[in-house]
Design a protein around this ligand. Structure first.
Ligand code: SF4
Length: 293
């Protein structure tokens, strides 16, 4: 049985304003947490983590590693070290960390990778890439690729995952999964379906563009679809926590599921039908080779 995952939004505020980010639409950019509030969020997360049974942990922002003070970075690192210790004790399976890599000082990432030396497969270090809505300048885009390459060259044993937003612009740019692997040194590139706030906006890909992109990835990396479907169809109990500074406490957030059991946001990818159910239907032959005639 797959163990549960507890996800912690340490601070939701991020000033990058990626066009595809739903959190960006919700977050009030005037309410960036103060240093003391960030420290308190880390402390509350540490306390909650200490009580959790065996499972996976995800730490996310906004952005948790970039643009933080020395004090916050040290405190965050202690929390991550605590997670590594729980991995050693068999209390955590995977620690997922998401970061945007749009900052110049990578010391905290290097420290995290060093902490996981010998435990690399338990750290799911994840970043995201997008050809249209993420980078406000060529300089930012270069910074992202330089950072990703610096990490993967310095810590070749540490897998880096690059979630790539599958938009209309991704499809028309002609970039491929292999291009992104080569430019970042990533161990894997996941084409994450773009979830439109309004279906049909400028970034919404057509269903053909979505499935062509996935099939192109399969032709570059045979076996891609099978892993892709498994990944999205994962039935894992998920609890989402968010720190609220007004009450100085962690609150459990709702994560609504559709009747098929998949997150209800997946119904927005194709304008109504659940994306994961469609994947399973369309790629049956990849998932269960016995059904190929
Ligand atoms: S960098 Fe991440 S959190 Fe910030 S706006 Fe972009 S996707 Fe959202």
């Amino acid at each position: 049985m797959i163990p549960p995952i507890n996800e912690f939004i340490l601070w939701a505020n991020c000033t990058n304003k990626c066009k595809f980010c739903l959190q960006n639409l919700k977050a009030d950019h005037r309410c960036v947490l103060s240093e003391d509030e960030k420290l308190s969020s880390i402390q509350k997360t540490y306390e909650k983590l200490s009580d959790l049974p065996y499972g996976d942990i995800l730490l996310i922002g906004g952005e948790i590693c970039g643009g933080v003070s020395k004090k916050v970075a040290e405190s965050l690192l202690s929390l991550i070290e605590f997670c590594r210790e729980r991995i050693e004790s068999g209390l955590i399976r995977y620690l997922y960390l998401n970061t945007n890599l749009l900052y110049k000082n990578l010391d905290i990432i290097y420290d995290i990778c060093s902490l996981f030396s010998g435990y690399e497969d338990h750290l799911r270090l994840t970043t995201s890439y997008d050809v249209y809505g993420r980078f406000s300048s060529i300089k930012d885009k270069k910074l992202f690729f330089d950072n990703a390459s610096a990490i993967t060259s310095r810590y070749p044993e540490q897998p880096l995952i690059v979630n790539t937003i599958l938009t209309h612009q991704y499809y028309t740019s002609g970039i491929t999964v292999r291009d992104i692997v080569e430019k970042t040194g990533a161990r894997s590139v996941v084409l994450v379906p773009y979830i439109p706030v309004k279906y049909g906006d400028e970034m919404t890909p057509t269903p053909d563009e979505i499935f062509d992109s996935i099939e192109n990835a399969e032709s570059e990396y045979p076996g891609y679809i099978r892993k892709y479907v498994d990944n999205f169809d994962l039935k894992q109990d998920r609890t989402l926590w968010e720190y609220h500074s007004n009450i100085d406490s962690l609150e459990m957030c709702e994560s609504p599921l559709a009747s098929c059991g998949h997150n209800s946001n997946f119904a927005r990818v194709l304008g109504g039908k659940c994306f994961v159910c469609e994947l399973k239907k369309r790629y049956k032959r990849y998932i269960n080779p016995d059904t190929v005639s």
